[in-house]
Design a protein around this ligand. Sequence first.
Ligand code: AMP
Ligand code: ZN
Ligand code: ZN
Length: 406
Amino acid sequence: MAKFKLLFFFILLFAGCINLSAQIDTIQDKPYVVMLSMDGFRWDYPEKANTPNLDSIEKIGVRADACIPCFPTKTFPNHYSIATGLYPDNHGIIFNQFFASDLSKKYTVSNRVSVRDSSFYFGEPIWVTAEKQGVKSASYFWVGSEAAHKNIFPTYNYAYDGSVSFEKRVEDVINLLKLPEKERPQLIMWYIQEPDGIGHNAGPNGQETLNMITYLDSLVGIFNKKINELPFHKNINVIITSDHGMGEINKEKTLYLDKIIDTSWIQYIDGANPVYSIEAKDEFYDTLYKKLTHTDQIKAWKKEDVPERLHFGKNQRVKDFIVVADSSWSLLISSDKSAYSGGAHGYDNRNKDMHAIFYAYGPAFKRNHKHKAINNIDIYPLICKILEIKPAKVDGKIEKTSHMVK
Ligand code: AMP
Ligand code: ZN
Ligand code: ZN
């Protein structure tokens, strides 16, 4: 009898071990994606400044020649394109500030009420795709996550507060990854508002900008080290990218709209240096178009004539005309408005200075792999693939990044 009891005990123990090891296996196999955007981190900043930590990712992972932003190359349209895999025309955040004629409401990044108003946002951000499929997510200041989408928020969500130190953000992100496995987000999107701010002031070649690049690189180094110290670090995929680059400007190359046209012809204007969308008063539609298209150093199109490659103008929020200054030129509404002194973005996305960085490492990615430039809308399908979730229908294409993954 005692023998049988002992045998029974061993059988139970064996079964328990199998079960436990199966559980450990699924835990260990769970993929993670942690994506950082550093605002305005131009594709070639690592060639201009000392960036040993980003450079080391080239060896252990992937570096794409660039991450090409959508037009207009501004912060909100592009962070939301990364999140949704959609062109701004299709996700609705067409500028950092715009009047939505479909809602008769104005969207402004500095107005929390509008930023949290879900009626402005179309498409499905990746944290919603994940949450809907039982994958926990976190957004630490990512554009668009303060608004509910289909009544869904990331499980962990931080309302934007630019005053939180970058070191604290690193710590908080790592703490999210230290949560017990059941509570831990598998997708984390986090954001740092530099080097955009300094790039606007000091320009993309300014010493202060280059110092900021090196400081941000050291932050990446601290982050990578902390990721490596996590017991499940072998399951974590890290992506480091940005919304756009930065072009050098100077005061001498500045145009003023009120010197080109009579601003009383304008019904409404969206945008900021160097790109605008203008609604003409009906009787001045032709005059306005003629003036805008006959001015050097700017390009102007009727919304229906915007080149196809820019994928912009079909959304009803886009006004009659799109106007954008040529590279290195500033376009201000009036001479009362002051421009940034050193750098600007918003230009045509064919301008290489508008391109951003893209680095990635982790189990899903090839090692020591140089990849050609990708479009930022291709990041959404890439993350879906890594997290093994079904993507929504988007503009981005999984084939565009298939060579960087194993
Ligand atoms: P811009 O250079 O005008 O395209 O926008 C960059 C600025 O957007 C940064 O300096 C941030 O302060 C701001 N920003 C970024 N994300 C958010 C957010 N989620 N809510 C409010 N402001 C933000
Ligand atoms: Zn930006
Ligand atoms: Zn900016």
